[in-house]
Ligand binder design. Structure first.
Ligand SMILES: [Zn+2]
Length: 164
């Protein structure tokens, strides 16, 4: 089972989000800490990642609240993930889904492929609902679908299926 040191930058972030961590299936285990791990920065010329801190130590997740010029809200790879909480983020559950998303990337799961892999993870009734949803032009990039997709990816990770 993947075990991560999960750092919340501030006590305030920790108080706010730690109680909701149980949304993430117990396959992922966390040791919760307050503070900042050792971080590094990606290419400072890339506007997607400018100023975005990323953990150096293996199996580390960092949740931070800085206003930074980067466009990215999160990144995850090679057993590491970083998640930004912006001032506009009001929905704690959506933030936990953002953390879950990046952790799935961190363990090599294709967390961005919800629509592309719809045929793989949806059951019959979800398929019908998904089609209706789209015919009404409702955006599918919402917590309702994210949660179902991430649950499937987590089971996939637990079954040992890696790759992208
Ligand atoms: Zn992603």
């Amino acid at each position: 089972m993947p075990h991560f040191d999960l750092f919340f930058k501030t006590e305030e972030l920790r108080r706010r989000l730690e109680p909701h961590l149980r949304l993430i299936p117990p396959f992922f285990e966390f040791t919760v800490r307050t503070g900042t791990p050792e971080v590094r920065y990606f290419d400072q010329k890339d506007p997607m990642w400018k100023g975005f801190p990323f953990p150096v130590p293996d199996r580390t997740v960092y949740v931070f609240d800085d206003a930074i010029p980067a466009r990215a809200l999160g990144g995850g790879m090679q057993n590491r993930a970083s998640i930004r909480v912006t001032r506009e983020d009001r929905d704690d559950e959506a933030l936990i889904l953002r953390i879950w998303h990046e952790i799935l990337h961190a363990v090599g799961q294709p967390a961005d492929d919800m629509a592309k892999r719809a045929g793989e993870w949806q059951n019959m009734s979800e398929r019908v609902m998904w089609a209706a949803w789209q015919s009404l032009s409702r955006p599918v990039d919402v917590p309702f679908w994210h949660r179902k997709f991430y649950e499937w990816l987590t089971e996939r990770a637990a079954a040992g299926a890696g790759g992208r």
